[in-house]
Design a protein around this ligand. Structure first.
Ligand SMILES: NC(=O)c1ccc[n+]([C@@H]2O[C@H](COP(=O)([O-])OP(=O)(O)OC[C@H]3O[C@@H](n4cnc5c(N)ncnc54)[C@H](O)[C@@H]3O)[C@@H](O)[C@H]2O)c1
Ligand SMILES: O=C(O)C(=O)C[C@@H](O)[C@H](O)[C@H](O)COP(=O)(O)O
Ligand SMILES: [Zn+2]
Length: 365
């Protein structure tokens, strides 16, 4: 089964292929978008061990000239030092503007390779082959690329769209459970911000998803990519509406930075951040206690943490102020209106609200 979507961005539109066991069709897919014949697969050693040869062979068989660049694994390496390693090898190997990069891996690899492609020689082609659930449902689509700064997540980056996204859900078979759960956090996010029915389906399909039933996975990945593509088509560069995809991220990114990158998986931090955002929404009468509990319970059912680590409110607020939604010094939050709808707004008295939320612990309903 091969599902196809298109991210409709005019002359930068690109296809998303979704299937089970479709890595061997990568050459065909890249030919269809006239991807550069000389390319570098950029990945890390864990992913290369599983899929490096298969992907390289599929591309060589289709006439591509392929080299591999191996990066260190982990969120703590999503920085300029690692980016430099990519550039060193591209320059040594004589890559020019007619060459391309292929990101093979999770969101860390995808975000870094996308940013490298955006700035190397002022922009070369790149494609995404996401191998974590999180990257398949979220980071490979939409063109946000970046590296972290010690003080804040993704603070240095660019909007730069891939030429193709190739999603093989069979690669999830080797993914550790903790990483699978982290991906589910972003899936739950889509349900909360814009689709109550999808939210309900996730709880009904929990077993099939955790068992990695291929059809259930493909359905959920496709729906997630469709939701994300629809948002990105309306507001590619996050002038406003796209920020709904940031639900749970203002607090989540603060957790990641305060705990030290890598201590929490991005999806875990987002799960905690979504429950905090939902609790703030409840305190502002935007949603009910029942809604907060339903969000919390669904996240827990997928094995995700939901309780914020203990840092002072002042530390949290300082970290949250580095969010990209801050404009003219004013922070806006994405809040949920019930489940299936959301809004973006400034929250007067956030310090006090957050103090109460963290002091009370988030009520279990
Ligand atoms: N650009 C966006 O729109 C966007 C969206 C969401 C998240 N992100 C970013 O994505 C990053 C998180 O991505 P992630 O959750 O994929 O983490 P990750 O990229 O660190 O991957 C998680 C772990 O799984 C391993 N791995 C990957 N695929 C595997 C496979 N098939 N089998 C076995 N092991 C595998 C990796 O080596 C890594 O150790 C964060 O930096 C976050 O900020 C970006
Ligand atoms: O694509 C988007 O837009 C998102 O916000 C998706 C998020 O899941 C993702 O983590 C993104 O990288 C966060 O963006 P940032 O601008 O807050 O760094
Ligand atoms: Zn995210």
């Amino acid at each position: 089964m091969l599902e196809r979507l298109v991210v409709g961005l005019g002359d930068r539109a690109y296809p998303i292929w979704i299937g089970h066991g479709i890595l061997d069709r990568l050459g065909e897919a890249l030919q269809a978008v006239e991807f550069p014949k000389k390319l570098a697969i950029v990945t890390n050693s864990a992913i290369a061990d599983h899929y490096g040869e298969l992907v390289q062979q599929a591309l060589v068989d289709s006439g591509f000239a392929v080299s591999i660049i191996i990066l260190p694994d982990g969120e703590e390496h999503k920085n300029f030092i690692t980016l430099q390693k990519i550039f060193d090898q591209l320059i040594e190997q004589g890559f020019d503007r007619s060459s391309g990069l292929l990101a093979l891996g999770g969101g860390v690899i995808g975000d870094m390779v996308g940013f490298a492609a955006a700035i190397f020689l002022r922009g070369i082609a790149f494609a995404q082959v996401p191998t974590t659930l999180l990257a398949q449902v979220d980071s490979s689509v939409g063109g946000k690329t970046a590296v972290n700064h010690p003080l804040g997540k993704n603070l240095i980056g660019a909007f730069y769209q891939p030429r193709h996204v190739h999603i093989d859900v069979a690669t999830l078979a080797t993914l550790p459970n903790r990483e699978f759960a982290a991906g589910m956090a972003e899936v739950v996010k889509y349900g909360v911000i814009c689709d109550r029915e999808f939210f309900n389906v996730l709880s009904e399909q929990r077993e099939a998803l955790c068992q990695q039933d291929p059809e259930a996975l493909i359905r959920v990945v496709k729906k997630s990519c469709q939701i994300k593509a629809n948002v990105v088509e309306i507001d590619e560069k996050e002038s406003s509406f796209r920020a709904i995809l940031n639900f749970g991220h203002t607090f989540g990114h603060a957790v990641e930075a305060l705990a030290g990158y890598g201590a929490y998986r991005h999806g875990e931090a987002v799960a905690i951040g979504m429950v905090v955002a939902a609790e703030i929404s409840r305190r502002l009468d935007l949603c009910s206690q029942q809604d907060v509990s339903a969000i919390r319970e669904l996240l827990i059912s997928f094995g995700l943490p939901v309780d914020p680590p203990t840092y002072s409110v002042a530390d949290y607020i300082q970290a949250m102020q580095r969010d990209k939604k801050v404009s003219e010094g004013i922070l806006r939050l994405v809040l949920n209106r019930g489940i299936g709808d959301c809004l973006i707004q400034e929250v007067p008295g956030l310090d006090a609200l957050l103090t109460d939320t963290l002091k009370a612990g988030i009520s279990r309903g």
